[in-house]
Ligand binder design. Structure first.
Ligand SMILES: [Zn+2]
Length: 310
């Protein structure tokens, strides 16, 4: 082997080594990348990780796109809630009253032909909010016993049972983590764990449970916390107000009202007392008392009745 042949041989050997080295490095890189992707995948499936992500403070204006990416995930049933319980109607409420961030929830998905349908086309007879001394966590829709009740969104049936207060009740969990509840039914037409499409018949309206007259009591909850359905749905038009729900503390402002209610003070009206004398006793005004108790100017207070004074 002369010098030229030797140099040629050395060059070929060196090239072979370099090619093997490149192939080996590439495989190593792909392997590491796959491991990382798997790890990211696990992170996405970890419920604690998801809740933390959902609660991270986000400045929408500057981070909309990264925020969009991180939350544009339709959560699989068991990831956000950790379980899919067929017995307990309400999960413990997550307290969102001091929520400082915005959680974006996609309510429809055109690519999956996933839309919204009114559970029943009827007049809204009672709204979400304070009702006497109790809180009404849903919207009441007028119907006749036997009328169709439809699933509002695509989802999976979590609860089908007879409850003393709700009567025959259905709870459906939707892929974005939102749950809808349909109460006082006369008949349930679905079974637990059944997948349903929006607009599918799930039951018949009725007057079961704690109900006076046939109506549908409809609730929307997210991680156990009720949301006013009319913040999301225009029942009259049978449409969503928006395809996306930007969930903020504003949607849970009622929790402050409930906290105030817990601090409320009541007075049992004695014989001979008037609204004026009670107002003086509690250092308040008759106007405030009328407002607190939803009394008309003409309405009289009867002896023995408890009225709210604070
Ligand atoms: Zn109701």
């Amino acid at each position: 082997m002369n010098l030229l042949q030797y140099q040629n041989f050395k060059l070929q050997h060196c090239m072979k080594f370099t090619i093997i080295n490149i192939i080996f490095t590439s495989f190593l890189f792909i392997y590491c990348f796959t491991l990382q992707a798997q790890e990211d995948g696990y992170k996405k499936l970890d419920p604690i990780y998801i809740i933390e992500t959902a609660n991270d403070s986000i400045d929408i204006a500057s981070n909309f796109y990264s925020f969009y990416d991180s939350l544009a995930v339709f959560f699989e049933d068991d990831t956000l809630y950790s379980s899919f319980d067929n017995e307990i109607i309400h999960y413990p409420k997550v307290d969102f009253s001091n929520k400082t961030d915005t959680t974006i929830l996609f309510l429809t998905d055109a690519s999956k032909k996933s839309f919204y349908v009114n559970p029943h086309n009827g007049e809204v007879t009672s709204r979400f909010g304070l009702r006497h001394r109790r809180y009404h966590y849903g919207t009441d829709i007028n119907l006749e016993t036997g009328d169709s009740v439809l699933s509002a969104f695509d989802g999976r049936v979590r609860i089908t049972k007879l409850s003393s207060s709700y009567g025959y009740v259905i709870v459906i969990r939707h892929l974005n983590g939102v749950e809808t509840l349909y109460a006082h039914l006369s008949q349930i037409n679905v079974t637990n764990d059944q997948l349903v499409k929006a607009g599918e018949l799930i039951g018949l309206g009725g007057n079961t449970g704690h109900s006076h007259g046939s109506h549908l009591h409809f609730e929307i909850r997210y991680l156990g916390a009720p949301i006013n359905p009319e913040d999301i749905i225009d029942f009259g038009k049978g449409q969503l107000i928006s395809d996306k729900l930007f969930l903020t503390a504003y949607h849970f402002r009622y929790q402050r009202e409930i906290a105030k209610l817990k601090e409320a003070c009541f007075h049992k009206v004695k014989s001979g007392e008037s609204l004026g004398s009670i107002a003086r006793k509690y250092h308040t005004t008759t106007k405030t008392l009328r407002k607190l108790n939803r009394l008309k100017t003409s309405s009289l207070i009867r002896t023995g009745v408890k009225i709210r004074v604070r």
